[in-house]
Design a binder for this molecule. Structure first.
Ligand code: ADP
Ligand code: ZN
Ligand code: ZN
Length: 757
């Protein structure tokens, strides 16, 4: 048959997104025959340059800006059914436009690595694990003592209830597990078996972890909600069928998680799915355990420490609707969920919800948009809500729900500003603080000390000539790491041996200046030699399993002094901690960023929230040289809520966000002049627009101009009107595509920045 209407001779054109940094779709020809109908949301393989790439089908029609002869056919179709729904595609498209980030890159970020590489979407039903042979079950690990790794592995298997280890266990066991496994197989102690896995994602739990889940579980099931919790649950339950944003504003320990768990139960009963976002899963195993204990079979977990395979399994089981709850970090936000009925974002104030490189999105704001598109509710929870969310409550856009009391027996801790001006100090700790620590330890209670600076000392200076150890690639000092005998740059990661002799004047009088957690650890070990101390920071918890083992030591009471960085502020529950001290409360007061005070207030309250979470009342001490500082005083005497009211009034007065909208345009290059010149050309484009509603600040060098060897500049744009700013940004991004200056730099746009650096 030869159809002759003009419409039918036009070929079918596939508009696809490809993860490359270009602001456009690419057109290809559809194959003349496909087994299944092509639909938006499927993956394709397409020729690209000299190679091929995975592409995502966005639109199908008969139009192209390219001549038909220029269009190439696709190579293959990878999916029978779309992996993304039309709602998913709408959200992705919105996010790409709002953050002015290429669609191909945004869409790529939705998929786990293996799907991005074109792997299939079939969920595996079998997992290969290693099991002990009869010989392996009976051999004494002592017999392997000449190879400690093999010995440890044999012990691990023998302790497992099924005498097996999974790939997950092995990755947690050691990065270099393969030689040990090979050796045990060669010795006839291990063999591989294929296990049927019922659930797509269910890493083997170690026996003790399962135990703690069980006890936690039974405890929670018997809880009766208090009146405040009940009224929050009622308010949310009565509004589950439409778009509503709830700000669950409850002091630490007030039972917010308990409220989430109740609402989730209701949603599951309606056969819907729930997306639960948290800032960090690895730092808060207790939270994961609590969710697992209630909803074990329904829950999939997604975070960066899973293997690629595990991530794929979790993603697929959620995307295919086999599991109902996805607990994940910001990277899980866009996971397709066919039946999504509720989004919960815990610790909504946490800056880690904002991605700081590549696709710079706010997981909180995109979550709200996702809920709006799907017409479902969102719960934002925090003990220290962001000023943005509080302003949204004030404006009537969000509903403000409060929990003002701690749940159960726990009472709110007392807070105290400790003036350390002219006081005798022992390596950063005042006499008065040491007395309090001593008292607490005498009562067999635990002490938590907070200092947001890791390493031994932030500066190494020559006592003789004043030379300071600087990073060669950054505008920054090198930090002394005494235990490793190293000096490290915390901005680019460069490191060097800790030197003993000044390179400038050859005198051996180099002095570490200032305090880091490592130094405080030394001081405490000196003063309290008989106590067990754990230090929690990025240096001590890098090795897998370390954090968990420290948390276990804290929970079983074998450690009684806990020292650490902001890792400690993240949702941990330490019932026996009754004294919390901020060693240097002033360090956050003088940030360049107008958000510094908000951050400090949140940090103080979050760290304070670790005190006295059980029956015993807690105390919080802030060492300061600014005892009259208005912010600290408002916070201490009147609490976070009053602080937030004051801070919001200041922001309104100064026309700062949330009462205006900002974007930062950043540029960097190997030569200092280029970023500035490029941003200057952007400023000229803006001025030609003659838009009185846009305020332009800069370009200026970034606060740390040189970092990792590149020079950085930035331009801040601000407007009273979000849409006005958006229109301008869209125009600028379009113009810059063809600008020669843009080719000489790497630039990025940060919409609603949370960090001015
Ligand atoms: P948040 O998430 O606000 O920090 P949680 O939900 O973790 O608070 O609750 C803090 C502690 O109080 C937990 O140990 C929890 O089991 C307990 N708890 C919560 N709600 C109640 C309640 N209604 N009665 C008794 N204890 C409760
Ligand atoms: Zn010197
Ligand atoms: Zn550096």
């Amino acid at each position: 048959m030869t159809a002759k209407s003009p419409q039918s001779v036009k070929p079918t054109v596939l508009h696809v997104a490809i993860p490359v940094p270009l602001f456009r779709l690419f057109d290809y020809l559809a194959p003349s025959f496909t087994e299944y109908p092509l639909k938006p949301g499927i993956r394709l393989e397409v020729p690209f340059g000299n190679g091929k790439k995975i592409a995502y089908l966005i639109k199908i029609d008969h139009e192209s800006t390219l001549a038909e002869s220029k269009l190439k056919p696709i190579l293959s179709v990878l999916d029978k059914e779309p992996l993304l729904s039309l709602n998913d595609l709408t959200l992705i498209d919105w996010a790409s436009r709002y953050y002015h980030h290429p669609l191909g890159d945004v869409i790529g970020s939705v998929f786990p690595a293996l799907l991005r590489q074109g792997k299939s979407t079939v969920i595996e039903t079998h997992e290969v694990v290693y099991a002990l042979t009869p010989h392996g079950k009976t051999l004494s690990p002592e017999d392997l003592k000449r190879s400690p790794k093999q010995q440890a592995l044999l012990t691990l298997c023998q302790h497992h209830p099924l005498n097996v280890v999974s790939q997950t266990d092995l990755v947690n066991f050691s990065k270099h597990w393969r030689p040990a496994v090979k050796a045990l197989i060669a010795k006839g102690l291990l063999h591989t078996v294929s296990l049927q896995v019922n659930k797509p994602y269910q890493p083997d739990k170690l026996a003790h972890k399962t135990e703690s889940i069980k006890s936690e579980g039974t405890k929670n099931y018997t809880l009766k909600l208090n009146l405040e919790q009940q009224s929050c649950v009622d308010a949310i339950n009565s509004a589950l069928s439409g778009f509503n944003v709830f700000l669950l504003d409850g002091v630490t320990g007030s039972g917010k998680t308990e409220v989430y768990l109740r609402i989730i139960t209701t949603i599951l009963a309606r056969n819907q799915q729930v997306l639960v976002l948290v800032p960090e899963i690895n730092l808060t195993p207790q939270l994961e355990a609590r969710f697992q204990s209630r909803f074990a079979d329904a829950i999939a977990v997604s975070h960066s420490q899973l293997t690629d395979k595990q991530r794929l399994q979790a993603w697929l089981s959620i995307q295919q609707g086999n599991q109902s709850i996805l607990l994940g970090t910001r990277s899980a936000l866009l996971t397709p969920m066919p039946n999504l009925g509720l989004i919960i974002l815990d610790e909504e104030h946490d800056p880690s919800y904002k991605q700081q490189e590549g696709f710079r999105f706010s997981a909180r704001d995109v979550a709200v948009m996702r809920a709006k598109l799907l017409n479902i509710p969102v719960i934002l929870g925090s003990a220290t809500p962001s000023l943005e969310s509080l302003a949204n409550c004030e404006a009537g856009r969000y509903r403000h729900l409060m929990l003002t009391e701690r749940a159960g027996e726990a009472a709110q801790p007392d807070m105290l500003l400790l003036d350390i001006r002219n006081k005798k100090m022992h390596g950063g700790l005042s006499e008065a603080l040491l007395t309090e620590i001593r008292k607490t330890l005498m009562q067999n209670e635990q002490v938590l000390l907070f200092l947001n600076r890791r390493g031994f000392a932030p500066t190494l200076i020559c006592h003789h000539c004043g030379w300071v150890a600087r990073c060669r690639s950054c505008d920054a000092n090198l930090v002394v790491h005494q235990q490793d005998r190293r000096m490290r740059c915390h901005h680019c990661g460069k490191e060097d041996y800790l030197i003993q002799i000044c390179p400038a004047c050859q005198h051996p009088e180099l002095t570490p200046l200032g305090l880091g957690t490592e130094r405080i650890e030394d001081v405490l070990k000196d003063i309290f030699p008989e106590q067990t101390l754990v230090r929690l920071d990025r240096d001590t918890t890098q090795r897998k399993g370390k954090l968990q083992s420290y948390l276990d030591q804290i929970n079983d009471g074998s450690a009684n002094i806990i020292l650490g960085t902001q890792m400690l502020a993240k949702g941990h529950h330490f019932p026996n901690v009754t004294l919390v001290a901020l060693i240097d409360a002033d360090s956050g007061l003088f940030g360049l960023d107008y958000r510094a005070t908000e951050r400090l207030a949140q940090l103080v309250m979050q760290v304070a929230g670790r005190a006295g979470r059980a029956e015993k009342k807690g105390r919080v001490i802030l060492q300061t040289r600014q005892p009259e500082h208005p912010l600290l005083n408002t916070l201490i005497t009147q609490g976070y809520r009053q602080f937030a009211i004051t801070a919001l009034a200041e922001r309104r007065q100064a026309k700062l966000p949330p009462y205006s909208y900002q974007a930062i345009w950043r540029a960097q290059a190997n030569k200092p002049g280029l970023p500035f010149a490029f941003l200057q050309s952007v400023v000229e484009l803006i001025h030609r627009q003659k838009n009185p509603q846009i305020a332009v600040f800069g370009p200026v060098p970034a606060p740390m101009e040189k970092r990792a060897g590149v020079y950085r500049c930035q331009l801040l744009l601000q407007s009273k009107s979000r849409s006005n700013l958006q229109t301008l940004l869209a125009f600028l991004v379009e113009k810059v595509q063809t600008s020669p200056d843009a080719k000489k730099v790497r630039w990025s746009l940060d919409v609603d920045p949370v960090d001015l650096y």
